[in-house]
Design a protein around this ligand. Structure first.
Ligand SMILES: *Cc1c(COP(=O)(O)O)cnc(C)c1O
Length: 469
């Protein structure tokens, strides 16, 4: 499988190079040259298989030119052995034809572990094979940093630097990052906001001398390998509920559009998905775009669901590429409009097929809290605010579509957001044992000013990449 950039000006690459590159050189995002497809018989054959087996079947077509079958199977076993549930991604019934897909049994209690755990192993393997080292650099407002550190701690060939805004992430989220004791993990508490952290990372990536010299790469949600790993649970959930014979729908709590794009890929690969509900909080750029065709970033509002507090939704570019008939020039021109005019306008031809599959739903703060409360009172089940947004959207979509099963994605464990959950339910949230242990360990973090030269110097001093051993 070869990969092309959505903007058409970057080299065509194989899986391993795409994974190590992160972003394409032309500013675009890598996508497979074509989508592998599964026949109805092939989908039927997945019934009753383990999560790991389905993961192999679904992902292997994307990686087969870079890794051999037996080795890939071993990596999958290893990646998902860190999950605290045998089913890896269990389904829980919430109501008639309404289900919750629990994606929070990984080591950091959020769905980002699904992609990060396998990405950590794949990257380390690729670098060992090449005899290279790399520096991973990222900014986080919460879940991504913890999941990345958990996946890359102690890896031979990699040093990881994660920036978070000093004093602006939750206690649980900070400790999940700073309690890693391994020498290859560096937490930077930047004196600034999350936007400052992102601008800093962008600035460092744009410094090509620094980037090439330190072998800097990124693991944010635009990395194709992350999307790939997220396709798997759409398959496991669908076959458990009767696919390919029964069409079904998903409600996905959405920020950067990575998770719901993985659902789109599952649809492309042959899964009979009727609707993908794009559930957002009040940061609703995607809902507005689906309604009006105008993509226009606005300010960010802080909400109970911080992992969806975004201004731009990077992976949406991958969907636009598909909707524009894979016309890279069209995408380059739209993205140029975005940077010059602060917005772009999709055509009717691009919007119509989008609206056939996607529906946007905006769930506000009160509706989020009400949904958490209702599930606790009626179902004795505690959900986190991100999952609540998905479930609320799912309930709304079911109206008038009662015959189609609806699966809402539960992306975080409620123990990560105890304040709002306790506010909604009046109940204390039980902390899983692994979290209790983690929160007690000693913290390692370096506080730095919002200054490019200082941060760059710090990373240059500490990383092992790009230096003579
Ligand atoms: C990252 C995240 C999301 C949003 O996922 P995207 O792929 O960015 O759309 C939703 N919920 C939680 C808990 C997350 O960590």
């Amino acid at each position: 499988m070869k990969y092309v950039s959505t903007r058409g000006q970057a080299p065509v690459l194989e899986f391993e190079d795409v994974m190590l590159a992160g972003l394409a050189r032309d500013g675009g995002l890598y996508v497979p040259e074509s989508w592998p497809t599964f026949s109805a018989e092939q989908i039927s054959a997945l019934r009753g298989c383990s999560y790991q087996e389905i993961a192999f079947q679904v992902m292997f077509p994307f990686v087969s030119s870079s890794i051999e079958e037996g080795e890939f199977k071993e990596l999958i076993e290893q990646a998902y052995s860190s999950f605290a549930h045998r089913a890896v991604a269990p389904l829980v019934q919430m109501d008639d034809n309404l289900w919750l897909l629990e994606l929070f049994h990984g080591p950091t209690l959020a769905f980002k572990d699904f992609a990060m755990q396998i990405l950590g192993l794949l990257m380390d393997r690729a670098l060992i094979k090449r005899g290279e080292r790399a520096t991973i650099l990222g900014a986080t407002s919460g879940d991504t940093g913890g999941a990345a550190i958990e996946a890359f701690r102690g890896r031979e060939q990699i040093d990881i630097f994660i920036l978070h805004p000093h004093g602006r992430v939750s206690d649980v989220q900070r400790r999940q990052m700073t309690t890693a004791q391994e020498e290859n993990v560096f937490n930077i508490a930047l004196e600034g906001t999350f936007d400052d952290c992102q601008a800093m990372v962008k600035g460092l990536f744009n410094d090509h001398e620094f980037r090439d010299g330190m072998k800097v790469t990124g693991v944010n949600s635009i990395n194709w390998a992350r999307i790939m790993a997220q396709i798997v649970y759409y398959f496991t959930a669908a076959v458990a509920l009767g696919s390919p014979n029964r069409p079904l729908s998903f409600a996905v709590p959405t920020g950067n559009f990575g998770d719901v794009f993985a659902g789109f890929v599952a649809h492309k690969m042959g899964l009979p998905i009727k609707t993908l509900a794009v559930a957002t909080n009040v940061n609703d750029i995607l809902v507005r775009t689906l309604e009006t065709g105008t993509y226009k970033p606005d300010g960010v509002t802080a909400t109970y669901s911080p992992s969806m507090d975004i201004q731009v939704s990077s992976n949406f570019e991958r969907l636009m590429f598909e909707m524009a008939g894979r016309d890279a020039n069209r995408i380059a021109s739209l993205m140029n409009d975005l940077s010059e005019k602060g917005e772009f306008q999709l055509s009717e031809n691009e919007l119509a097929p989008m609206r056939d599959l996607f529906v946007g739903l905006r769930i506000n703060e009160d509706e989020t809290v009400s949904r958490i409360k209702a599930e606790y009172e009626d179902n004795h089940y505690i959900i986190d605010p991100h999952s609540a947004i998905a479930l609320e959207a799912g309930v709304r979509c079911l109206k008038g579509n009662e015959d189609t099963p609806m699966i809402a994605l539960a992306t975080a464990h409620p123990a990560k957001f105890p304040d709002v959950v306790t506010k909604a339910t009046g109940a204390d949230v039980l902390q899983p044992a692994r979290l209790v242990a983690q929160l007690k360990s000693e913290e390692r973090v370096t506080r730095l000013p919002n200054d490019l030269a200082e941060v760059s110097q710090f990373i240059g001093d500490k990383t092992r990449a790009g230096k003579v051993a």
